[in-house]
Ligand binder design. Structure first.
Ligand SMILES: CC(C)=CCC/C(C)=C/CC/C(C)=C/CC/C(C)=C/CC/C(C)=C/CC/C(C)=C/CC/C(C)=C/COP(=O)(O)OP(=O)(O)O
Ligand SMILES: O=P(O)(O)OC[C@@H](O)CO
Ligand SMILES: [Mg+2]
Length: 237
């Protein structure tokens, strides 16, 4: 299994959405580096376990991106823990985390835990309303968020989240230039090979989500586009 520090392309699958066995097989066997299971609403223990079991038929790495306490279950290669750096509601910065650690703190394998410093930039995304994110950020503000994640908090991942819309490549580049150690994850609105390649030039890891459910053939094409155009700064590998 590839360490998450080497992932260039990832599919994010939502346990609350339907995906046929045929499409799931194509996604898992596509050459992507990993499957992240996660979503911002209607994620339950049942739909998480069900999707995990289906993905486990394949050898691809599989991570849970934890968004609710109820959906935490063993069996993943990694547990990605978001903290939303521009959240208005502190529960999504450290509140839920402290609650989770009361329950799981003594039984954690810390090697499997990867904290993601999220910066949410699409005001229309569900995740934006959920966390009451302050999305009115200019490039300088986003660079400061990247520095906060990387230099001040030493988070392993800074996640530029445009969920649902294609982001601004200039901002993604600025973050790539700002980060020293943290890996840059980019996610949001990727529908074409051109978009996938453009973001792969700056981001360490490109996350492809909703298009899987809209046009699986287009989703599959993003794998090669990313792998052939990825940034290669040797960070953290
Ligand atoms: C033994 C055992 C099972 C051990 C497990 C160890 C473990 C994992 C312990 C937990 C440790 C811990 C600290 C957990 C944190 C718990 C928690 C709930 C934290 C809050 C996380 C958070 C900030 C969530 C906010 C939402 C968010 C950022 C979700 C990520 C996914 C995402 C952005 C989806 C996209 O959503 P969206 O595009 O809006 O949705 P649609 O595509 O459907 O429109
Ligand atoms: O669903 P899309 O818009 O591709 O975004 C991917 C991911 O960043 C969502 O958390
Ligand atoms: Mg989504």
């Amino acid at each position: 299994m590839l360490s998450y520090t080497e992932w260039k392309h990832v599919f994010k699958l939502d346990p609350a959405k339907e995906l046929s066995d045929e499409d799931l097989e194509a996604i898992c066997e596509s050459g992507t580096d990993a499957i992240i299971i996660g979503g911002s609403d209607n994620v339950t223990l049942d739909n998480t376990i069900s999707l995990l079991a289906r993905v486990r038929r394949y050898s691809v790495a599989c991570a849970l991106e934890v968004s609710t306490l109820d959906s935490i279950t063993p069996g993943f290669d990694y547990f990605f823990i978001p903290t939303v750096l521009n959240a208005g509601d502190p529960r999504w910065i450290t509140g839920m985390h402290r609650q989770a650690l009361k329950e799981y703190g003594t039984m954690m394998n810390w090697e499997e835990i990867v904290t993601e410093g999220y910066c949410i930039l699409n005001s229309d995304a569900k995740v934006s309303s959920l966390t009451e994110a302050d999305t009115a950020l200019n490039q300088e503000d986003v660079e400061a968020a990247a520095m906060l994640a990387d230099r001040l908090f030493h988070l392993p991942v800074f996640y530029l989240e445009y969920s649902g819309v294609y982001g601004d490549p200039a901002i993604v580049k600025a973050c790539a230039d700002t980060l020293k150690d943290a890996r840059l994850f980019y996610g949001g609105g990727i529908k074409t090979t051109e978009q996938a390649a453009e973001m792969a030039a700056f981001a360490d890891t490109v996350v492809v989500g909703n298009i899987v459910y809209e046009d699986v053939k287009a989703a599959l094409k993003t794998v090669k586009a990313v792998k052939n155009n990825g940034s290669d700064d040797g960070k953290n590998v």
